[in-house]
Structure formats: structure tokens, C-alpha cells
Ligand binder design. Structure first.
Ligand SMILES: *Cc1c(COP(=O)(O)O)cnc(C)c1O
Length: 487
């Protein structure tokens, strides 16, 4: 009797199967509705509306969600999800996940391996090891060796590029100030940062105890691209103040603009001066797969640390981020990892993420990218990156050719910045209006003191016709906004 009742409890296998069947069917409708552009391009709604639709208060108070309740809930949940599969989703830098790589969410969700040490997830850990080595090969660094951190490059998958930046800068701090772990951060450290850097870089500096004022901007052009020729003068200015440069942080590419800093001259200077170069290649590193676009990353291997978000361009769902260090031993120095712990694994055929990562329990992040590489193949992912970079170039030409529209610079990636007219407030109003109507999901950014509309063309279904329709919608929206204010 006891056993029979337990089988009826939530979590039994039949219930799992029926919920999973319903979830797959609902996901199929969601993806079809998005791909065909039959559904709205955004799941945007005010939060109160979302909470009410999902009956969140009721479920939290009463529980007892049955199959019908789950179906209703999931329909609402997907309705208010962001539509990455929709060709008119052209906003932030996330991939449209390949459906098969998404199955990792189901598999890992059910097996639930915590993955900090090899024995708590041998398959997930082994895949992470292999994926990190795959990334190191793409960069051109020597692969990791089993049972040792040093004498080779090293890497770990982390929960996002922001945490990867923190990890890399922690390693940089350990190089310059090995005592900081025990004694706290010294007060003479400065981090020279590309002005375009992602906000997580400044946060990391503050978290590391240097104080946000330790961030100094590198000399750069109007759009934040570092001027490598003026790097020596920036370093000399820091030294003249009696301070030390902890790290130089360059972008490949800048988040807002998609523009790359010149890594080769920056890297050559840093190597000559013994300065730690951190290359934030969250978005851009995936172009390493493409022969044609790889030159954008020329000099990347001169860096001491690199971060790479596979979820930005390689059609995997968030998160799949990596921090890669040219000298794997720097992980041990960064975390002051007890050597006796490492000795446990020495000689063993195993990979532990714990000595390399901020996280203890960690998702098995390698499977989603592994599935994409295994099912679609590296060449298909390379073609995807190229096709999106190519499309962005054609969009740039379309936009420039159209009266009233302009682009601030010649783009380098799949990130497209442009504006309609010259009024900053108009750009924001246009974007908000398109978003509320659910016709297009795009973003905006402030660059060189002016506001621009901003697209990231990641979706494989987005094409030139989508962009022409967007430009039409922008013109019509601007006309409607002008009419409503003059009334
Ligand atoms: C996206 C991005 C980040 C942040 O990565 P998350 O995975 O969102 O934490 C950091 N740096 C750059 C250059 C980025 O483009």
C-alpha cells in the first residue's frame, strides 16, 4: 500500500512522462508560432499581468498543479517568454537555441548532477573538459593535461561571461599581488579598461576590493575602440602616480557596438611590459570558427585570459560561458587552491571544476554545446556565424541607402547600430512603441553621446526582408508619434 501511494506522489514516472509530452507539444507550438511569425515578436507585458495570467499567487498558496493546470500554466509561461525563435527578435546578443541542444535542459534537469568534482558528474565533467580543450584549440593554446593545472593552458565553464570576467581578473590580481588573497587588495592597483567594456568588468574590479575608482579608461576613439598607439602613455601615467597596472582589458568585441579593439598591438605591448591582458571576447570569440572573420580576433592568443560566451553566437541556450587562461596554473594562484586537494586528482583521469571556478555546485554546461557540435557539426556553426555577420553587412548597406536613416560606423559583427533622424528621444520612443505592439523586438544604446537603435541579427530566419519591414515600421512609427504630439 505504502509503495503504491508513493508511486502516485508528484514526481512519479508516468506523471513525468505526461508532463514532458505536454511540454514538448507546447514547445513545438511556441517554436512554430515564432518561426512562422504568426505570433507576436515579444512576450512583453507588464509584470502584474504576467503574474496574474500565470496564477502565480494561487499556485504558490495552494500547490496541487495537475496536468491540466500545468498545460494552462505552460501556455502562459511561453506566451510571455522572449521569442528567440521569432525572425523579428533582433535585440540582445543571445543565440536562437538549436532545438536539439535544448534537450540538454531536460536531461541535466532530471539527472541533476552538481558537477563541482568529477565524481559528482563524470559524464558532465568529461564533456566540460573536452569542450574547454576544443575552445583552447580554437584560440591556438596548448590543451589541458589530465591531473595538472600548470604547463598548459586551462579553462572552466562558468555561469555567464560576467562571472568569467571576475574569475579572469581574480587571476590577474593574483599575478600582481599574490598576497591579496590573505592580506586584502593593495591600494596601488589600477585596471586599464577599454571604455566600451561590459559593466561586469567594473563590477569585478569593485568586487575584488580595488574600488571602482581603480578602473581607468584606455585612450580610445569616439566609439570606444582602443587606440593602441597611446597605450604606453596610459601606462606611464599610472606609473607616474606611483601605482601599478593590474591588468589591461580589451574587447573582442564591445557589447554595444560590436567593434573590436586591436588585440595584436595591445597584446604585443602587454607581453613586452609583462602586463596581464584580459580579452573579453564573450561575443566575438565564436568568429574563431570562421576563416573569413577570424582576422577580427588577430592577436587574441597574446592575451593572458580570454572569456567566451558560446550562448551568444553558437546557437546554445544560456548559459555556456568559458574563462580560458594561457597558463592553467594561474587558476591555482587565483583561488589559492590547497595543493593537497589537487594531489588527490593527480594522475587520475579526471577533471574537477572546483579548483578553477567561483561556483561549487555548477550545471553541466558542456552538454548543450557538445550536442550542437556533435549533431550539426562545427562547420555548420561556422557557417551560422558567417551568415549572421554577412547579413549584418547587407543590413548596414540597406540602412545607409535609405533616406532619413544613418549608421554611426562601419560594423564588424552581427551587431547593427543606426538611427532614424537625429533626435535621441525619438529613437527611444520608436523602440518602446515597437516593443509594446509586439511587432519587433530590438534594443537601443547610447554611443558617442547619442542614442541609436541597435540590432543583433542572430536568428537564422531573420533576412533582408525582415530588416526592410523593420525600416518601414520605424518610419511609420515615427510618423504616428509626430502626429500624436502635434495633435
Ligand atoms: C555579453 C557580454 C558579457 C556578459 O556576459 P553574460 O554571459 O551575459 O554574463 C561580458 N562582456 C561582453 C563583451 C559581452 O558581450
Amino acid at each position: 500500500m505504502e509503495g503504491a501511494r508513493r508511486l502516485e506522489a508528484p514526481g512519479d514516472l508516468d506523471q513525468f512522462q505526461s508532463f514532458a509530452d505536454d511540454a514538448v507539444a507546447a514547445l513545438r507550438r511556441h517554436v512554430e508560432g515564432s518561426r512562422s511569425a504568426r505570433d507576436r515578436a515579444t512576450g512583453f507585458a507588464p509584470m502584474g499581468e504576467v503574474l496574474a495570467r500565470l496564477e502565480v499567487d494561487r499556485w504558490l498558496a495552494e500547490g496541487g498543479m495537475d496536468r491540466a493546470g500545468f498545460r494552462r500554466f505552460l501556455d502562459g509561461y511561453l506566451d510571455h517568454a522572449v521569442r528567440l525563435h521569432h525572425p523579428r527578435y533582433i535585440a540582445h546578443q543571445v543565440s536562437t537555441p538549436d532545438l536539439l541542444s535544448g534537450i540538454d535542459g531536460l536531461v541535466n534537469g532530471v539527472v541533476g548532477n552538481p558537477m563541482a568534482i568529477f565524481e559528482m558528474g563524470p559524464s558532465g565533467a568529461a564533456l566540460e573538459w573536452a569542450i574547454v580543450n576544443w575552445m583552447l584549440r580554437k584560440v591556438g593554446w596548448p590543451e589541458q593535461r589530465v591531473g595538472a593545472l600548470g604547463g598548459c593552458a586551462g579553462g572552466v565553464l562558468t555561469h555567464g561571461g560576467s562571472l568569467a570576467n571576475l574569475t579572469a581578473l581574480l587571476a590577474a590580481r593574483a599575478r600582481v599581488a599574490p598576497d591579496a588573497w590573505e592580506g586584502g587588495a593593495p591600494d596601488d592597483l589600477v585596471v586599464l579598461v577599454a571604455p566600451n567594456a561590459h559593466y561586469s568588468v567594473a563590477r569585478s574590479v569593485a568586487i575584488l576590493g580595488l574600488g571602482a575608482r581603480a578602473v581607468r579608461h584606455l585612450p580610445a576613439d569616439r566609439f570606444g575602440v582602443v587606440d593602441a598607439k597611446r597605450l604606453p602613455e596610459a601606462v606611464a601615467a599610472v606609473r607616474a602616480e606611483g601605482k601599478r597596472v593590474m591588468a589591461v582589458v580589451a574587447n573582442a568585441c564591445g557589447t554595444a557596438t560590436g567593434l573590436h579593439d586591436p588585440l595584436r598591438p595591445i597584446g604585443a605591448f602587454c607581453r613586452a611590459e609583462g602586463l596581464w591582458l584580459h580579452a573579453d571576447a564573450c561575443h566575438g570569440a565564436s568568429a574563431l570558427l570562421s576563416k573569413r572573420y577570424r582576422p577580427l580576433l588577430d592577436g587574441l592568443a597574446l592575451a593572458d585570459s580570454i572569456v567566451w560566451d558560446a550562448h551568444k553566437m553558437l546557437q546554445v541556450h544560456p548559459i555556456c560561458a568559458a574563462v580560458l587562461l594561457r597558463d592553467g596554473e594561474d587558476f591555482a594562484r587565483a583561488f589559492h587552491q590547497d595543493a593537497s586537494y589537487l594531489a588527490l586528482g593527480a594522475g587520475d583521469e579526471r577533471y574537477d571544476s572546483l579548483p578553477r571556478a567561483v561556483e561549487c555546485t555548477k550545471s553541466a554546461l558542456g552538454l548543450r554545446l557538445f550536442l550542437n557540435l556533435a549533431v550539426r557539426g562545427e562547420a555548420a556553426l561556422a557557417r551560422h556565424v558567417e551568415s549572421r555577420y554577412d547579413l549584418a553587412r547587407r543590413c548596414h548597406a540597406l540602412i545607409e541607402a535609405r533616406p532619413g536613416f544613418s549608421c554611426p560606423f562601419v560594423l564588424e559583427t552581427n551587431i547593427v547600430c543606426f538611427r532614424y533622424g537625429t533626435d535621441d528621444a525619438l529613437q527611444a520612443a520608436i523602440r518602446d512603441q515597437l516593443m509594446v505592439e509586439g511587432r519587433f523586438h530590438i534594443t537601443a544604446a547610447v554611443l558617442g553621446g547619442a542614442r541609436y537603435l541597435r540590432l543583433t541579427v542572430s536568428n537564422p530566419l531573420t533576412d533582408e526582408a525582415t530588416i526592410m519591414a523593420l525600416l518601414d515600421a520605424i518610419e511609420a512609427t515615427a510618423r504616428a508619434l509626430a502626429a500624436s504630439t502635434s495633435r
